[in-house]
Design a protein around this ligand. Sequence first.
Ligand code: AMP
Length: 281
Amino acid sequence: MPREWCLDDFELARPLGKGQFGRVYSMRERRTGFIVAMKVLLKSELLKANMEHQLRREIDIQSNLKHKHILRLDTFFHDETRVYLVLEYAPQGELYRQLKKVRTFPEWRASKYIYELATALAYLHRKHVIHRDIKPENLLLGCNGEIKISDFGWSVHAPSSRRNTMCGTLDYLPPEMVEGRSHSSHVDLWSLGVLCYEFLVGHPPFEAKDEAAEDTNDRESTFRRIAKVELTIPDHLSDDAKDLIRKLLQRNPDQRLALERVMLHPFITRHNGVGSSKNRS
Ligand code: AMP
């Protein structure tokens, strides 16, 4: 029978951060000394926000995934008041923070991240999972600075026509999702294009000028720009980078470059030595 875990099996190493529904700590497993990240969620908060179902789905999906660029969910347990998710520890933290520090990444670095994301998304899509919330805040970095996709709170099994309540930023959502149409795994290709742009330019391509898009006018303007694919790519980007971004940010989901072709695109192969044993996954 699988072993039942409890809080006493771990000791606190240090707090890592605070999310929407609870806190995250690094913890040491007492028996082995193994370091994990533990996300502690209050049941009362989950119930209040009606998130119980979403959390169950997140656990169900993430615990069945095993890929070097996807954050592993090792196990979970609960007591009367809390749910504890035992996650792989990502020592280099959020990619978002690193990007804010340097504003833009050089092309080799953006290319490495896009390649790692493409391998992880190809794995997810083969398992009929769509992430639907690929953005820098949901990307963590492992001990060698490698990408770890986290936060499967919005993920679903494909295909989906479920409407997104769109409470967060619109910036990474494709036209079919902001317009509330049915969507497929091709939504993640769009987000990959948005990320590639943001890595190289320093902000997402359809962001309203005044940012802090809480403002209704800003949301409307982002919405309109996404729906019309109003894309302007700065001249200083290489032709390869521009080409990849344009091929991913296609309004028609079926015309977006497939992940296998993303991995073979010159913007990726130029920097990643695809085909060498290091990059075979
Ligand atoms: P979240 O609740 O997922 O938004 O996480 C809150 C914060 O905790 C994030 O901003 C991260 O910096 C940190 N964090 C979450 N999960 C991990 C992890 N597996 N490894 C390292 N830091 C993490």
